[in-house]
Design a protein around this ligand. Structure first.
Ligand code: GLP
Length: 238
């Protein structure tokens, strides 16, 4: 694990964008797993800026999302599909045909997850960007997710529902389930970049840095990965 400590959110976003920009320059057809949530918004803003300044080119980049609410209409402002288009995909020259995104409207989520897993395993990601939940979840792998878990439909915990529903226009509209890539799927990525900002992440980060590797805090599993970079700001360090 490489731990990069930065002063604040703005520095965190810039450091993460520098890593991504340099990876894409080295490998123009980089396959990226994109996180959602509040944390990577600054990173995506920096990437859009870099694209506008011609410092990065997304024309060959391949991308997929790592989780999504279920069920939810793609056009819903609160879907991760909408979020990723709004914050990044619609603002850079990434090709829509190079994107693989969860079908959150499917009637058959199990089949969707099986297909999703197959395509990722066939062509593992070069890098997955992750945030972390206050309860240590990564993507939507909630506490007690197994190390060998694959892409699947999952019941969200009360804590996650409570936190994330605040972001919904109407709290009650938040789906109680989600589609997520598994821990095993994440570990197959060649590189992992985890971002954590703010005091509310300090418990999860303390488990990641000092705690035992255990299923109650899924984020700790990542310490087993050989190419794992964490960028944390001062408040998240506690
Ligand atoms: C959300 C997402 C995760 C995200 C995490 C942290 O529920 N499913 O992919 O990394 O929780 O979110 P935030 O960055 O808003 O704190």
């Amino acid at each position: 694990m490489i731990l990069i400590k930065v002063k604040n959110y703005s520095e965190l976003s810039k450091r993460a964008a520098d890593i991504l920009t340099s990876e894409i320059t080295t490998k123009p057809n980089l396959k990226i797993g994109f996180a959602t949530g509040q944390t990577p918004i600054g990173l995506y803003k920096e990437l859009v800026k870099a694209y506008k300044n011609k410092k990065v080119n997304f024309s060959k980049v391949k991308g997929f999302d790592i989780d999504e609410y279920y069920p939810i209409e793609r056009k819903n402002f609160d879907s991760y599909y909408y979020y990723l288009h709004k914050n990044l995909f619609n603002k850079v020259n990434i090709k829509k045909s190079n994107l693989h995104l969860f079908d959150s409207e499917t009637k058959n989520p199990k089949k969707e997850c099986l297909n999703y897993e197959k395509t990722i395993v066939k062509n593992p990601a070069d890098i997955i960007i992750l945030g972390v939940g206050t309860n240590g979840h990564i993507a939507f792998n909630e506490p007690y997710s197994k190390f060998n878990s694959k892409t699947r439909i999952i019941e969200l915990t009360k804590e996650t529902i409570q936190r994330n529903s605040k972001l919904f226009k109407n709290k009650k509209d938040m789906p109680k389930k989600a589609l997520t890539i598994g821990i095993k799927t994440i570990m197959q990525s060649k590189k992992i970049l985890l971002l954590a900002s703010g005091k509310h992440k300090s418990e999860a980060i303390s488990h990641l840095i000092k705690g035992k590797i255990n299923s109650k805090w899924p984020v700790t599993y990542l310490r087993k990965h050989k190419n794992f970079i964490v960028i944390v700001d001062k408040p998240a360090l506690g």
